[in-house]
Design a protein around this ligand. Structure first.
Ligand SMILES: O=c1ccn([C@@H]2O[C@H](COP(=O)(O)OP(=O)(O)O[C@H]3O[C@H](CO)[C@@H](O)[C@H](O)[C@H]3O)[C@@H](O)[C@H]2O)c(=O)[nH]1
Ligand SMILES: [Mn+2]
Length: 717
């Protein structure tokens, strides 16, 4: 643009420490070269078994190197963006675009309506003109409990929104706000709003507990009639209710200000039609919202993530509306952060490396991934539009595209958009909206938008944009990671593999930067090899690493230490457990699906747990407490390394007279075993010492001992 007075609405800065990171990367590379040299030069000349084991170990190390290279590409160049909202207000004043906020929920038991309501209220209270906001909730649980909660929210918003504005409340989720905020000096109004909120919460929780809406409530809203004939949550008509019609001049808060539009949708479900999980829900919402408010910008949030920063919309608009760079942007992703982490974040849910380094790195390489929640989309781009050079948006023209029909007419005419058959023979789920058929619909959708020529950005403001609920039970975490790893591998093995699909469409760096995520699951083989084989060969008396007295030890120790050092803030056990169980399961399930032996299922993550589990979580005790093949594997591997370490200690003691030759020869192998034993300490504790219900079930204990003993016996004889 040839405008000399142009002042950008945002700036791009480099993440600090880039030089340091690159020096470390170079030194790791050097270390890797030495490791490869060692493996080639010291190839065993002895027996066949030894040679094959050596080759296996070498291949695992080559895999780790390749993986390291790919992650380094994604971290090489990291940037962050600084939006200037005061400039936005100066330049655009009241001419801001309409924003449609799409929230998804799927099950009133696993995602309690009281939580959903908080998410909805938090986004209703954005610091943005309410007449330009429309909030849509998709309820895949098709539950009148959730519907009722939304009615309550609609009512409470009349008090909550002016209260937030007046007190500059942050965060705007009432639950999160009242949990942390201290009572102000002049507290009368504050207390009355709190009381109102507590009353609403109590009523919602009471109906959820009852699992039924009492008749006297049912009579209060026509919408409940929709449930009169529903017998199953997967077999019902479309339910669409406009709870607040923002166009209605009577829809005002207690101070007479307009309210945002609020819509409840439970799309049609029939057993004979696949509903495509969240992607299907989002596509139905995109269509329905396009008829009702048609906001050019769409914000997508999961029901378990509330808005924690009321400026997020304005931040994103600084990018979308920047006259020079904004028009090519398809989406702006915020990181997924959580508000229920414990002090030491025992399950590593803060994803520090991913959120601070890798997504910022992807941003510099051409754009972050779309990670399903906390993402602002340009409607056109999400609906399949190809980016054309010199494409320009006229924001003024985009205003006022709202429907004219009455709310009840709209409710009727929009129903068809959310029916099971609407998408037949249309590009929905393929070129339009979110893509179907992959468990991480978000990632694949983001990638295909990029391949249509658009750009995207990552925004990670100091005050987090969204805060969600991270799993508090180990098994749930592993199941969630299995779903992610499986979805990613599915992408890698499909025609959407970034390397192939992105060829000539997106930069090579970006194609490569997708790979470490897509290949999460593939890590399992090399990791399992490294966890099992050196330990067994220690018992067998075969050395696989350089002698402690030889200089070749240095690169091994250096690479292992430094490579893990950036992630030291995350506990090693999460890293290990994921690689040996979730990734392992994801790997095999993906293969089974490719061969047609298994079908896609989306295992919803539970957002609540019982009181005892929550207590243990707060005490930072890892929650096992269930039988699962994943735990059998975990425990067996832990026992194996324990036996390996015992064997090694015995060998060292017996050898004490001979100048510790054993220690010299097997030092690194013993060290590896001992490190694994240390990482597994919580597992031993859960297997043998804990008394609470979060301990490992005894069947797992017996099985793991037997399997590990068997493996050791086979190795030794
Ligand atoms: O049939 C379904 C299944 C899920 N959901 C919703 O999808 C969201 C994500 O489900 P959740 O169980 O919370 O999974 P997470 O692993 O926490 O989700 C992450 O990973 C998913 C892909 O696996 C992305 O869709 C999510 O946005 C991302 O937050 C929730 O709002 C659900 O209500 C539906 O609407 N319909
Ligand atoms: Mn979630």
């Amino acid at each position: 643009m040839a405008n000399n007075n142009y002042v950008p609405l945002f700036e791009t800065k480099q993440v600090k420490g880039r030089l340091f990171f690159r020096c470390i990367a170079a030194s790791i590379f050097l270390g890797i070269c030495f490791i490869v040299m060692y493996r080639v030069m010291f190839f065993p000349v002895g027996g066949k078994a030894e040679r094959w084991t050596w080759i296996g170990l070498f291949l695992s190390e080559l895999w780790f190197c390749l993986y390291w290279f790919l992650t380094t590409v994604s971290r090489w160049n990291s940037v962050y963006r600084l939006p200037y909202i005061d400039r936005l207000s100066q330049r655009f004043g009241k001419e801001l675009p309409g924003i449609d906020i799409l929230v998804c929920t799927a099950d009133p038991l696993m995602e309690p309506p009281s939580m959903v309501v908080n998410t909805v209220l938090s986004v209703m209270a954005y610091d943005y003109p309410p007449e330009k906001l429309s909030i849509y909730l998709s309820d895949d649980g098709g539950s009148d409990l959730t519907f009722y909660a939304m009615l309550e929210a609609a009512n409470f918003s009349k008090t909550w929104l002016p209260f937030c504005k007046k007190l500059k409340v942050e965060p705007t989720s009432p639950e999160a706000y009242f949990r942390t905020a201290s009572e102000p000096v002049n507290a009368e109004e504050w207390l009355s709003v709190k009381k109102l909120y507590d009353g609403m919460k109590m009523r919602i929780e009471a109906t959820t507990k009852l699992d039924r809406i009492p008749d006297y409530i049912r009579k209060q809203h026509k919408g409940f009639h929709e449930w009169d004939f529903i017998t199953h949550k997967h077999d019902h008509q479309t339910i669409l209710q406009i709870l607040i019609d923002g166009r209605d001049t009577n829809a005002v808060d207690i101070e007479g200000n307009p309210l945002p539009t609020l819509v409840y949708l439970a799309r049609e479900k029939r057993p004979q039609y696949h509903h495509h999980f969240k992607a299907g829900a989002m596509n139905a919402l995109i269509r329905v919202s396009s008829r009702i408010s048609n906001g050019p910008i769409i914000l997508n949030v999961d029901c378990d993530m509330y808005s924690n920063n009321s400026k997020s919309i304005k931040y994103s608009l600084c990018i979308f509306m920047d006259e020079e760079k904004g028009d090519e942007i398809a989406y702006i992703q915020f990181p997924q952060k959580f508000n229920n982490l414990t002090k030491n974040d025992i399950y590593g849910s803060s994803f520090r490396v991913i959120q601070q380094l890798e997504l910022a790195g992807l941003d510099a390489n051409g754009g972050p991934m779309y990670i399903g929640t906390g993402c602002f989309h340009r409607r056109e781009a999400l609906c399949g539009k190809q980016y054309e050079k010199n494409y320009k948006v006229d924001w003024k023209k985009l205003n006022d595209t709202k429907a004219n029909e009455s709310a009840s007419l709209l409710e009727e005419t929009c129903k068809v958009l959310a029916s099971c058959t609407f998408e037949h023979n249309t590009p929905w789920g393929k070129e339009m909206g979110l893509k179907y058929g992959i468990l991480v619909e978000d990632i694949i959708t983001g990638l295909s938008i990029k391949c249509r020529g658009w750009k995207y950005m990552y925004l990670n403001p100091e005050r987090e944009g969204f805060l969600g609920v991270a799993p508090t039970i180990l098994l749930q975490l592993l199941v969630q990671h299995t779903r992610w790893a499986e979805g990613h591998l599915q992408i890698f093995l499909s025609r959407y593999c970034s390397l192939v699909y992105g060829y000539k469409r997106i930069p090579l760096k970006l194609r490569l930067a997708y790979c470490p995520f897509n290949l999460w699951a593939a890590n399992c083989l090399a990791t399992l090899y490294y966890v099992v084989v050196p330990c067994l060969f220690l018992l067998k008396g075969f050395s696989l690493f350089p002698m402690i007295s030889s200089p070749w030890v240095v690169p091994f120790v250096y690479v292992a230490l430094v490579h893990r050092a950036y992630s030291l803030s995350e506990f090693l056990w999460v890293w290990l457990f994921n690689r040996t169980t979730s990734y392992f399961f994801a790997f095999f399930q993906t293969i089974l699906k490719l061969l047609g032996y298994s079908q896609l299922t989306f295992a919803l993550t539970a957002k609540v747990s019982d009181e005892n589990i929550s207590k243990r979580y707060e005490q930072e005790l890892i929650e096992f407490g269930a039988t699962s093949p994943m735990f059998d594997i975990l425990a067996t591997l832990a026992m194996l390394n324990l036996f390996g370490s015992f064997g090694a200690i015995k060998m060292v003691i017996l050898d004490a007279d001979e100048d510790f030759k054993v220690l010299d020869q097997f030092g690194l192998q013993i060290l590896l075993c001992l490190v694994l034993v240390t990482v597994n300490l919580p597992v031993y504790q859960a297997l043998f010492f804990r008394k609470d219900n979060g301990k490992m079930p005894s069947s797992v204990t017996y099985k793991s001992i037997i399997f590990a003993l068997l493996a050791c016996t086979v190795a030794m004889y």
